[in-house]
Write a protein that binds this ligand. Structure first.
Ligand SMILES: C[S@@+](CC[C@H](N)C(=O)[O-])C[C@H]1O[C@@H](n2cnc3c(N)ncnc32)[C@H](O)[C@@H]1O
Length: 362
């Protein structure tokens, strides 16, 4: 894979890329990173890459014409490249996002500085914007290093045993705890099962620990540990949402896609048009059906932590604009299971798709 980084600080990258597995990956030719100095594309003798913002305000803004020249050269040098602008306003990089970018042959990373980059760069010159998290850095270089590291790790051969990447945190929830010698240090002992030599017992312990800590620390990642058990029910869906449900089911491996439509005639028409979707007269029916299956998420007389139909409907409508998402798990027939069954889904189909992407770690 070839990665070109466009930056006003090319020297930023030498140390970070020369060490450890990234350095070895470069030596083996698995990933070739080159930097391109943005100032080389500035037309004036001072190599100016920024100017004052229209409308006033503090700081400087990077110029669209300079970025255009740099990106024209980049697209010629790396045909078919994917061009990414690092920005705190982009989609947040996830493990799945890193895997997606690792499929590219050629990647171009654009590092902003100052108050940012003229908006026309984001609008017209790049393919996507990526953030590495909800905080603001002084420049895109540190973010580009993070992207390169995360993407390179996904390339075959970069990490010695691919098994270790396959079981990394975020590939299926959080990774199980790990220990090495000595077996006991002060009064902190390594769990005995790990030293038992019983591979079956070790594997069961690891799976259980991974799931336990995922549920405790990052419950929103639990669906990733339960592939094929994600369910989605749309409440009084719009025509666009309804039409998209079968596709969402395929794309995200959703176990069940259902819709609740109160009006019998509209429901019958939808049933005819979308045979892959399960239809219910109301959300409560869908909930009751599922409660026998896997999750209780609705109750007529709610106990602690359970949702009444009215509450569920309120949440589904108020927070999720008619879309509610539930995920399955072994059936804890109790109160605590109720609330997480209706995790927040965002408004509108594009946002829902982006949200599902994050949910399944793409
Ligand atoms: C100081 S920041 C500009 C922030 C901008 N004024 C704003 O409020 O959105 C300068 C550059 O750092 C990079 N940057 C800052 N935070 C980032 C983040 N969380 N992820 C990726 N890049 C970031 C971007 O390239 C950005 O153009």
């Amino acid at each position: 894979m070839k990665i070109r980084v466009i930056t006003i600080f090319p020297e930023f990258f030498a140390a970070g890329l020369g060490e450890g597995l990234l350095g070895k990956a470069a030596d083996k030719g698995l990933v070739q990173v080159e930097t391109d100095d943005l100032r080389a594309y500035a037309g004036d003798r001072h190599h100016t890459v920024d100017d004052q913002p229209y409308g006033g305000g503090p700081g400087m803004v990077m110029k669209v014409d300079v970025w255009d020249a740099a990106l024209t050269t980049a697209r010629e040098a790396l045909p078919g490249c994917r061009v990414v602008l690092l920005s705190p306003q982009g989609q947040t990089l996830t493990d799945g996002g890193a895997r997606r970018l690792a499929n590219e042959e050629n990647l171009v990373l654009c590092c902003g500085r100052y108050e940012g980059v003229d908006e026309r760069v984001a609008e017209h010159l790049v393919d996507e914007q990526l953030s590495i998290g909800d905080y603001v850095l002084t420049g895109g270089e540190a973010a580009a290093l993070v992207v390169i590291d995360a993407v390179a790790r996904k390339l075959p051969g970069v990490v010695g045993r691919s098994e270790s990447v396959e079981r990394d945190t975020f590939t299926a929830g959080l990774k199980f705890p790990q220990y090495t010698r000595p077996p006991s240090y002060r009064e902190w002992a390594v769990p005995e099962v790990l030293m038992s030599g019983d591979h079956g017992a070790i594997e069961s312990w690891r799976l259980a620990e991974a799931e336990r800590r995922t549920r405790e620390r990052r419950p929103e990642l639990v669906v990733a540990t339960l592939p094929g058990r994600l369910r989605l029910v749309a409440v009084e869906p719009s025509a666009a949402t309804l039409a998209a449900l079968p596709e969402l089911q395929r794309a995200y491996g959703l176990a069940i896609v259902a819709a609740a439509i109160a009006d019998p005639e509209a429901r019958a028409a939808a049933e005819k048009a979308y045979p892959a979707v399960k239809f219910h007269g109301q959300l409560a029916n869908a909930g009751r059906r599922w409660s026998e299956d896997e999750w209780i998420h609705l109750a007529d007389a709610p106990g602690p932590g359970q949702l009444s139909f009215a509450q569920a409907r309120h949440r589904a409508i108020e927070q999720a604009a008619g879309v509610t998402v539930s995920f399955g798990g072994p059936a804890p027939r109790g109160a605590a299971a109720a609330a997480p069954a209706l995790v927040e889904a965002p408004k509108g189909l594009p946002a829902l798709v982006a949200w599902l992407d994050r949910l399944v770690g793409r």
